[in-house]
Design a protein around this ligand. Sequence first.
Ligand code: ARG
Length: 589
Amino acid sequence: MANEEENTGNVKRELEKVFDLALKATVRNETDVRPLIAACTAKFGDYQCNNAMGLWSKIKGKGTEFKGPQPVGQAIMKNLPPSEMIESCSVAGPGFVNVVLSKNWMAKNIQKMLVDGIETWAPKLRVKKAVVDFSSPNIAKEMHVGHLRSTIIGDSLARMLEFSNVEVLRRNHVGDWGTQFGMLIEYLFEKFPNSEDANETAIGELQEFYRRSKNRFDSDPAFKERAQQAVVRLQSGEPKYHEAWAQICEISRKEFDKVYKRLRVDLEEKGESFYNPYIPGVIDELSKQGLVEESQGARVIFIEGVNIPLIIVKSDGGFNYASTDLAALWYRLNEEKAEWIIYVTDVGQQLHFDMVFSAAKRAGWLSADDSTYPKASHVGFGLVLGEDGKRLRTRFSEVVRLVDLLDEAKNRSKAVLIERGKDKEWTEEELEQTAEAVGYGAAKYFDLKNNRLTNYTFSFDQMLNDKGNTAVYLLYAHARICSIIRKSGKDIEELKKTGSLVLDHADERALGLHLLHFSEVIEEALTNLLPNVVCEYLYNLSEYFTRFYSNCQVVGSAEETSRLLLCEATATVMRKCFHLLGIVPVYKI
Ligand code: ARG
């Protein structure tokens, strides 16, 4: 078999290649038959090929020699070319072809990954460049838990794409434009006639500043008039107004950065204002295509199946959220040449994005069929609830300050480490770093582990529990594996080259099989944009490891070398999962 696309890390893809040949040999006249391979939990095999039934219904009316789906399955099995991957096959039920993988091949593959690096197990995607639009808080307004979710989920998706060798533009689409800036600027002028005085400390909480300027706006008609003028002067680029605007943005940005720094999330800001100059041209293009209609003084695009139209120019001639998103989409496709554009926001914005994407499809910007590129995807998520079952709030304010929330997670994990005497054992720096890794990691994992569409209840106690499906448990599990290897006194880098890995014990084999699922699991997580799939995989990996470690002696056994290699492979895969979830691994506990 030609090896142009060597992909040994992805068992499913490798089996597809072998079964593709078998299928072609079985039904010569049927083109367009794609192998359907799935990992299986049945005891007859590790994977199965599910083509027989579908093929049977395709060919039964066409004078085939086969008498039913079962014989089709038998024939597929008989036509399999020899492959070192496969130990044995059997046909079950109405034609499922079960495959038992060769444990030698499995062991060889895992060892190859240890030598060549886990990057060789990265999924291979058809897309080269993607935009992930995430976090995206609004200037002068609070960055709330919804933005935190977007930051955590978006970062994880970006990491998975980057791991798969996709160039990712990590876009912070901050809300930095709009009529509210008129009142903010006017209030700034009023409070600080001397612009140098208007710094962070003087202004204090921007949210409070926003509230006060809004009060002025609502209660004083003269102020309101000036604020409206200010919007016009800002938009026409008057320097004084532009500077005040930039000043306000800068203060917000510093607040946002505190969160990003803690979470170690990279983002490149291209706010709404950036796309402003592109809006008229884009609306022009859409109009020329006949997509834009007049409705109650506004200019709109009607979308099939939706009652309300997408407003792209308001009746007062101003642009809105949708005009900006259309311009941003145009820019990302045409100027940045991205093929996949992913937006991470709460599910409440689903309709907005559906409509924007539909308009873009009508305009021919996006492929009409979502299975081909260029495409756009909305990644929606549910709410974070407080323990009272309502939207998360604190006693003191309407919203929880994200920085406080993250610091609390870190401080609590630090307190636990101190309770365990780690402050005496470790340097201050080690203590600090571990507390951060565990605390922030716990908050991230707690968010990522459920299907993103479900709401979850925020609980420090639960996220920091060292038992169960939490980052704390998993980080400890990883550290324990590292300590097994350390305590063996063996040079693991040397063993990778000289030792050999075998999977003779049933629990070694089960662990090995799960390791080999890694690549296809990441691919699945990316296809459906579901980070929880990675969490589930990681948690199961620790379970398989525990079973192996309880039943197979590692250090001091005859199989020590092989088993140390299996430990190292598990730790390597765990670390990559942590990395993809944005969690920093710890090596000692
Ligand atoms: N700023 C928006 C909000 O806070 C999110 C922006 C999402 N991205 C976009 N391209 N519309 O809800």
